[in-house]
Structure formats: structure tokens, C-alpha cells
Design a protein around this ligand. Structure first.
Ligand code: TRP
Length: 350
């Protein structure tokens, strides 16, 4: 099986999708369609690694899964050309994860910083699934032998683990792989992160040093993907700034977190470098800049909000997109899994 370039990424169905998710992930997912075959997955198996009180239970999970799917489509991912599906519909993710559990080492997982953060002090009470999260993530990617993974900075360590697992599998079973594929190439590619565009890190509108987050108690801290034009305008007008006019060069933003964030958001929405935005607005007061930002944000985001509203009201259509995507994903995943069974030595029906 030759290695072909393929993009895979996953988004957790945790609800309250916001501008940070859009500019940090979705915009890049949309762009990658022009050059790659892309598989975009709503990772519901990952969602249940935290306590049920946190992920919200079955109705909430269904709602959030459909909301992320709607956001994919509303942002411009074409569900006919690419694959959009939810993870639990393709059993091979969990099946390959078991094999990878036997390849990955305890020491590797013990180094994962996200587990330490999420488990907090009460580690004895964290689920085994939370500990194993990065192994399932490796299996998400490698079951499609994906080569490129658009992710944020915070997922880089997990991607390194995926490479380590791929490498160790290729080494542990090198003879069997050679016999199976009659080539000396490793079976799994080593997937690379695609680190993303200008405003990867969108910060809170109330505090430019904190990431925009779905769990911030203040709704004014974030622009939700479902916010209508009035809400978007209000939140931008109320966004924290400082009394100085905008600088005309990027280094003038270094100690001004809120100004930096708003310029970054403008640049990302306009798909232009920050320097270009500053050469236009340098010396201007925030009030004028904010009016322009409101116009731009409303023009870009309110059609997405409207489309999401339409799609989330049509669960039957959204579910049909997921079912169709899952069938196409399964066709690829089952091929990998069948080869893995041969390579490991599991007898199976062909
Ligand atoms: N861990 C990722 C996140 O929280 C989500 C994810 C799950 C993922 N599986 C993946 C991302 C595979 C990329 C590839 O953002």
C-alpha cells in the first residue's frame, strides 16, 4: 500500500463552538480541501473520557455531535467531496487502539502533559480512557494512514506520540510488514502536524492573556459560532482595549495583549497578515477600528451562524451526512485493519 497524502483531524463534541475553534481549526480544514483528501471526525469516543457530569450525558452528546457536524458544513467543508463522520460509527478506531495499547509504552503515556492537566490532583479518579486518550488519537489518524494533521499547538505532543507508535509498530513487525506488502517501506506513515494560519490562538475578549474558551463564565469573553449579528457587534464593541491608538507596526503590539488579539482576529478574518492591517489602521482609535471589525466579523460569521441554525434544525439531514461519511471512512479503515490483522498474526475472515 503506497503512502498517499491524506489529511485527518478531529474535533470534540463539547458544545459552544466559538471564534477560537473557527479561526484555529475550521478555517484551515476548509483550506486544505483544495489540495488534499480530507477526513474530518467528530470524536465522540474521546468526549466520554471525562466524567459524565462534564460531557453532559446522551442527549447533550447527540446535540453537540450534530452541532460540530453543522459547523463543519456551515464553514464550507463539502461533505460529498471530503469525509465528515463521527468516530463511534467506525469500530476500527477502537479496534486499532487496542493493538496500539500493546505497542505504546506506559512511560510514553506518563509524559503526556494534557493528561496531567485534565486529571488534576485527583489522578486516582481519572478514567482509564482519559489516560489512553492519546493512543486512541493515534489510531484515529493511522487507521486512515493519514500523513497530515491540522492541529493546534496543544496537540503537538499527542502527534509526536502517534509518530512514536507508528514507528514502533513498523519496527516491531518489520519482517511481517515486508512479507505482507512486499516492500521495505514502513506500513504506517509518520503523520506530521500542519500548524495553522495567523490567528491560531484567539484570546478572550475580556482578557487578552487568556485563551478564548467555551467554559469562561462570561459570554462576553467569546464570540460563539451561533451568535447573530447583534450579539457579534455588541461583544466586539464591549471588548477590552487600552487607551492608546493602534500602532503601525507589529512590535507595537508586543505588550498590548488585547490590541494584539483584536488585530489578530481582524487579520485572520480578512485572511491578511497583521502588518497589512496595521499599515491600514496604525494611528487610528479603537472605536473606528472596532466598527470595521464588526462589519468584517458580521459579514464572515453571521452567514455561518444562520446556516448552523438551519442545519441543527434538520437532524435527519445531519445524521445522513454522518452515516454517509462513516460508510466511506469504514471502507478505508477496514482495509488498514485487515492488513494490521495479517501483520500481527490474527486469523480473520477475508
Ligand atoms: N485531541 C484533539 C483535541 O482535543 C481531538 C482529536 C482526537 C484529534 N483525535 C484526533 C485531532 C486526531 C487530530 C487528529 O483537539
Amino acid at each position: 500500500m503506497a503512502i498517499i497524502e491524506r489529511v485527518f483531524s478531529g474535533v470534540q463534541p463539547t458544545g459552544n463552538l466559538h471564534l477560537g475553534n473557527y479561526l484555529g481549526a475550521l478555517v484551515n480544514f476548509v483550506k486544505l480541501q483544495a489540495t488534499h483528501n480530507c477526513i474530518y471526525c467528530v470524536v465522540d469516543l474521546h468526549a466520554i473520557t471525562v466524567p459524565v457530569s462534564v460531557w453532559g450525558g446522551p442527549d447533550e452528546l447527540r446535540r453537540n455531535t450534530r452541532e460540530v457536524t453543522a459547523a463543519f458544513i456551515a464553514s464550507g467543508i463539502d461533505p460529498k467531496k471530503q469525509i465528515i463522520f463521527n468516530q463511534s460509527q467506525v469500530a476500527e478506531h477502537a479496534e486499532l487502539a487496542w493493538v496500539f495499547n500493546c505497542v505504546a509504552r506506559l512511560g510514553w503515556l506518563n509524559r503526556m502533559t494534557q493528561f496531567k492537566e485534565k486529571a488534576g490532583k485527583d489522578r486516582e479518579n481519572a478514567s482509564i480512557g482519559l489516560y489512553d486518550y492519546p493512543v486512541l488519537m493515534a489510531s484515529d489518524i493511522l487507521v486512515y494512514r493519514a500523513t497530515h494533521v491540522p492541529v493546534g499547538e496543544d496537540q503537538k505532543q499527542h502527534l509526536e506520540l502517534a509518530r512514536d507508535i507508528a514507528q514502533k509498530f513498523n519496527n516491531d513487525f518489520s519482517e511481517s510488514i515486508a512479507a505482507h506488502s512486499k516492500s521495505s517501506e514502513g506500513f504506517f506513515p509518520l503523520p506530521e502536524p500542519v500548524i495553522t494560519g495567523p490567528a491560531t490562538r484567539v484570546m478572550s475578549l475580556r482578557d487578552g492573556t487568556k485563551k478564548m474558551s467555551k467554559s469562561d463564565p462570561s459570554d462576553y469573553s467569546r464570540i460563539n459560532l451561533t451568535d447573530d449579528a447583534d450579539a457579534i457587534a455588541q461583544k466586539i464593541r464591549k471588548a477590552k482595549t487600552d487607551p492608546e491608538p493602534l500602532p503601525s507596526e507589529e512590535k507595537g503590539l508586543e505588550t498590548r495583549a488585547e490590541a494584539d488579539n483584536l488585530v489578530g482576529i481582524y487579520a485572520a478574518l480578512a485572511d491578511k497578515p497583521k502588518s497589512e492591517i496595521l499599515s491600514e489602521f496604525g494611528g487610528a482609535q479603537f472605536s473606528g477600528f472596532k466598527s470595521n471589525l464588526v462589519d468584517l466579523a458580521v459579514a464572515k460569521l453571521s452567514p455561518i451562524a444562520a446556516e448552523m441554525k438551519r442545519l441543527t434544525a434538520d437532524a435527519a439531514y445531519v445524521d445522513s451526512v454522518l452515516a454517509d461519511g462513516a460508510a466511506r471512512a469504514r471502507a478505508v479503515a477496514s482495509e488498514t485493519m485487515s492488513a494490521v490483522k495479517d501483520i500481527v498474526g490474527f486469523i480473520h475472515r477475508k
